[in-house]
Structures are given as C-alpha cells and as structure tokens.
Design a protein around this ligand. Structure first.
Ligand code: BTN
Length: 266
C-alpha cells in the first residue's frame, strides 16, 4: 500500500483547480476548521486540506465525527463562489454526487441518501458537512468537508448497523491516497456544469440515477409535523420532491428538514 501523505495524494490529482494545492496533516482539530484558517491566510479557491486524524471532527447538526487513524479519507475543499448563501446547499449535493461517482468508478455500487450521504448496502459510507462565511448577501467562502469510510474494519456498536466502509463492501483494502484525486476530478467536472446554470439542472438526471430514495416511501421530519410520501426526484434547486398521499408534490429544502426512509435509515 502506498503511503498516505501529501506527495502521494498530489500524484493522483489531475485537475485544473480543484485540489491543485493540498495541505496534509497527521493530526488536526477538524479539516473544516483548518480550511477556514487557511482562507484567513489567503488560500486560493480549490485548496484542499487532508488529515490522517481529527481530534475535533465535526458532523452535521452539531454532532461530532470520529474516525480512527489510518482508516478513512477526511478532507475539506475551499470554494469562493460568486453566489448568494441560499445556493450553498446545492453545492453540498454536488459534492455528494461527486463522491458517489468517484466510488462507483472504483467498482463499488453506491447510492445517495438525499441530500448528501453516500450509501452502500443501505448503510452510510460518507458524510458531508458544508459550512460558510457570509458577507451580507454574498458567500465569502464555502468549505465542503468529506468524511469517507475507506479501510474501517468495524464500527462502534451504536453505529454498526448504520455505517459501512469500502473495506466492508469489498473485503479488500483501498489505497486511500488515490481517493482525493478521484473525488476532485468528479467535483471539478460537476461544479463546472453547476456554474453554467447556477443550479442542478444539468446534474439532476445523474443525481436521480444515484438517488437511493427515488420512488420510495420517505418521512419528512418537519418539527411542525411529520409527513409521509414518495420521493419523486429533486428540483433544479436540489429540493427533494415528495408526492403526498393526496397527489400534491412537496419541495423539501435540506436546510430546513431531514428525511428518513420509512423502513430503514435510507
Ligand atoms: C455528517 O454528519 O454526515 C457529516 C460528516 C462530515 C465529516 C467530515 S470529515 C472532514 C471534514 N472535517 C470535519 O470536521 N467534518 C468533515
């Protein structure tokens, strides 16, 4: 197995701008926090921060994200998009799609649980956390953090039935240093499609091909009242379109509510 370090990761990156500059640390608090510091120091768009271990890894909804050393790919990408903050959630979907495509290219069957969990065997393989700083109606910077379970052999009891890794899916170890390059290539391609329309119109079909929830029952976990329906795809803005029992099509925004499968995590 090749070493997991900056030089080896850079050998796998063949893009115009995404991941052209790579920072690598054996240990950091969180790669998302690290990228924010790099932004303050003048880092350019496309800078990628990768860590072997995070002492304060962050997950969605204020949760923590922990991965034992030597098992996963944890990285954060810096973007400076000329977009209003309301567009940020679409870029999270673009990254979810990119990770799913990169893993699929490695011969592993994956799907996306809307909005951005990459899933294999109905278990979570990858989580994505997007954070941003805003200047009035303008995004100053956006950081998209990716935590992909690669060579994890076992998960703690409380998540064992909800999480998986490339190792558990294939029975073989994966060269982690090749993963950032694959994801960056897919992200750069998808981001350029996104920028042409400033929405997901050109990516919708491909996203829906990979959407685990497509035409399946889902529960919308809205604090004002839960609703059940059937997921029918996404809108160009990345909202999940849910058909309610009366036939009405509801557009669900990922920033506002979560969605669960009716019978499992997916
Ligand atoms: C989730 O809760 O599903 C999102 C998890 C995101 C984890 C990644 S690991 C790299 C980056 N740095 C962090 O602190 N979090 C993200």
């Amino acid at each position: 197995m090749r070493p997991y370090d900056r030089e080896t990761i850079l050998q796998g990156i063949d893009t115009k701008w995404a991941g052209k500059t790579v920072h690598f640390a054996r240990e950091v608090d969180s790669t998302n926090l690290w990228i924010k510091r790099l932004f303050q120091e003048g880092a350019e768009e496309g800078t990628l921060a990768v860590a072997e271990f995070q002492s304060a890894g962050r997950g969605r909804l204020g949760r923590s994200w922990q991965s034992p050393e030597g098992t996963s790919v944890m990285m954060s990408l810096l973007l400076k998009p000329d977009l209003p903050p309301s567009c940020a959630s679409m870029l999270t979907l673009v990254m979810g799609l990119s990770v799913a495509q990169a893993v699929e290219e490695m011969g592993i069957c994956v799907t996306i649980k809307w909005p951005n969990d990459v899933v294999a065997s109905r278990r979570k393989l990858c989580g994505i956390l997007t954070e941003m700083a805003v200047d009035g109606e303008h995004i100053r910077y956006l950081v998209i953090g990716v935590g992909l379970n690669v060579n994890t052999r076992a998960f703690p009891k409380d998540v064992a039935d909800k999480a998986t890794s490339l190792y558990l899916e294939t029975g073989r170890m994966t060269d982690r240093s090749a993963v950032p390059g694959r994801v960056m290539a897919a992200f750069e391609r998808n981001y350029e499609s996104f920028q042409r329309t400033r929405d997901l119109s050109l990516l919708k079909e491909e996203y829906q091909r990979l959407l685990a929830n497509m035409n399946r029952p889902v529960r919308i976990l809205d604090p004002r009242g839960e609703k059940d329906g059937i997921a029918r795809g996404i809108s160009p803005l990345g909202e999940l379109l849910v058909e309610l029992p009366g036939g009405e099509l509801l557009a669900v925004n990922s920033g506002e509510v979560s969605v669960r499968g009716l019978y499992s995590y997916v």
